[in-house]
Ligand binder design. Structure first.
Ligand SMILES: NC(=O)c1ccc[n+]([C@@H]2O[C@H](COP(=O)([O-])OP(=O)(O)OC[C@H]3O[C@@H](n4cnc5c(N)ncnc54)[C@H](O)[C@@H]3O)[C@@H](O)[C@H]2O)c1
Length: 347
C-alpha cells in the first residue's frame, strides 16, 4: 500500500462530520485525518475532539498543519476562494460539488491547481455506488444496445430555514437543480457520455425562498440519447424513490434508491438476447430480470481512497476538476434555458 495521505478539512461541521470524515478519511487505509477548520469554532472543537484531529483556528493555520490534501466542504459560494488558498499553499484539494459558482470560477480553479502542480478533485461520490459501477460495466459492454433514454431523480423535503445557504442563490448558486440535480446529471453522463444541449424548467412550487424548490431538465446527449432529471426540495423524502432508469435498444437497467448517500436501493436489468424481432403483440408479461446486487461499497471511503491514491501515484483522480467544470457548464446551461425558455447548447 502507498503511504498514508494526511488530510485537512475546511468546513468540518456538515457533510464532513456526518459522512466524509468518519466513513471516508478515517476508514480509507491510505488516508489519515490531520487537522480540521470550521468557521464555527465550537463545532470545529467538537469535531477535532471526536476524531482526534488538530483544531485549526483559521484556514492559514490549517494549511500550516502539515496536511498533503484538503477536503473543502463548505457552502458553494466560498469554494473558489478556499481552493485558491489551498493551491497557493501547495495542497492537493478535493472540493465538494458544485466546484464553483460559475464556469469562470471553475476554470480559474483548474488553471491555478495546474500551475501550482496540485491535484484537484470534485466530490461526485455517487459515481462510486456499487450498483452504478456494475451498471456502467453493462453499458460499456454494450448489453443495453444503443443508449436511448436515461432518467435520474433526487428529491427531498427542505422547508424554509433561516440562514440556510442552499436557499439563496447568492450562497448556493441555485436550489434543488445545482444541489441535487448536479449529481443526477453527472451520473447520467457517466453512463451515456456528455450532454450536448438542454432544456429546463425551474419553479418555486411550494417554498418561497430565493432558490428554486423544483426543477426538471431535458437532456440531449452527444450520442443522440435523450434524458430527463427531476429534482425537488418540496416532495417528502419518503415519497420520492430516487429513480435511476437507463434504456437502450436491447434492454433497460432500472433502480430505486441507489442515488443517495448510503449503500442502499435495488437495481435490476432487463436485457434482450440479440436478434429479437418485432413483436406485434408487445407481450411484456413474463419479463425476466437480473438483479444487480453487488457487495456494497462505501462511497465516501471510495472517493477518499481513490483521491489519496491519485496523489500517491502522481496522476489525475478519476473524478477530477474537469468533471466539476463540465458539470458547471451543464448546470449553467440549464439555468439559462429556464430563464430564456429556449434550448441551450453546452459551451
Ligand atoms: N456528496 C455529498 O454526499 C454531499 C452531501 C451534502 C453536502 N455536500 C456538499 O458539501 C458542501 C457542504 O454542504 P453541507 O451539507 O455540509 O453544508 P452545511 O451547512 O451542513 O455545513 C457546512 C459547514 O461549513 C461551515 N462553513 C460555512 N462557511 C464557512 C467558511 N467560510 N469557512 C469554513 N467553514 C465554513 C459551516 O459552519 C458548516 O459547519 C456543499 O458543497 C454541498 O453541496 C455533498
Amino acid at each position: 500500500m502507498s503511504r498514508k495521505i494526511k488530510w485537512g478539512v475546511i468546513g468540518s461541521g456538515g457533510i464532513a462530520r456526518r459522512r466524509t470524515i468518519p466513513e471516508g478519511i478515517v476508514k480509507a487505509p491510505n488516508a489519515e485525518l490531520s487537522a480540521v477548520f470550521d468557521i464555527d469554532q465550537q463545532v470545529n472543537a467538537e469535531v477535532a475532539r471526536q476524531f482526534g484531529a488538530g483544531q485549526a483556528g483559521s484556514i492559514d493555520e490549517l494549511l500550516d498543519a502539515g496536511a498533503d490534501a484538503i477536503y473543502v466542504a463548505t457552502p458553494a459560494s466560498v469554494h473558489a476562494e478556499q481552493v485558491r488558498a489551498c493551491a497557493d499553499a501547495g495542497k492537493h484539494v478535493l472540493c465538494e460539488k458544485p466546484l464553483g459558482m460559475t464556469v469562470a470560477e471553475a476554470e480559474e480553479m483548474i488553471a491555478l491547481c495546474r500551475q501550482k502542480g496540485v491535484t484537484l478533485g470534485c466530490a461526485f461520490m455517487m459515481r462510486f455506488v456499487a450498483q452504478h459501477r456494475e451498471a456502467l460495466a453493462l453499458v460499456r459492454q454494450g448489453r443495453l444496445g444503443r443508449p436511448v433514454y436515461a432518467r435520474a431523480q433526487l428529491s427531498c423535503w427542505y422547508p424554509p430555514i433561516e440562514g440556510a445557504w442552499r436557499q439563496d442563490p447568492a450562497t448556493g448558486g441555485g436550489g434543488s437543480l445545482i444541489d441535487m440535480g448536479g449529481h443526477c446529471i453527472d451520473l447520467l453522463e457517466m453512463f451515456f457520455g456528455a450532454v450536448a444541449r438542454v432544456g429546463c424548467f425551474v419553479n418555486n412550487t411550494i417554498h418561497s425562498y430565493k432558490s428554486e424548490d423544483s426543477a426538471t431538465a431535458m437532456l440531449f446527449f452527444e450520442n443522440g440519447a435523450l434524458g430527463t432529471v427531476d429534482t425537488f426540495f418540496c416532495i417528502p423524502d419518503n415519497s420520492s424513490k430516487n429513480a435511476l432508469e437507463l434504456y437502450g435498444s436491447k434492454g433497460s437497467i432500472l433502480a430505486k434508491g441507489t442515488i443517495g448517500q448510503g449503500p442502499a436501493g435495488q437495481m435490476e436489468a432487463f436485457l434482450e438476447e440479440d436478434g429479437k424481432g418485432y413483436d406485434a403483440q408487445q407481450a411484456r408479461a413474463q419479463a425476466q430480470s437480473t438483479a444487480i446486487d453487488p457487495e456494497p461499497l462505501n462511497t465516501y471511503q471510495a472517493e477518499i481512497e481513490e483521491f489519496s491514491q491519485a496523489i500517491a501515484e502522481n496522476r489525475e483522480p478519476t473524478i477530477g476538476g474537469q468533471l466539476g467544470l463540465h458539470s458547471q457548464k451543464v448546470l449553467t446551461a440549464c439555468y439559462e434555458s429556464a430563464a430564456s425558455g429556449k434550448v441551450v447548447e453546452i459551451g
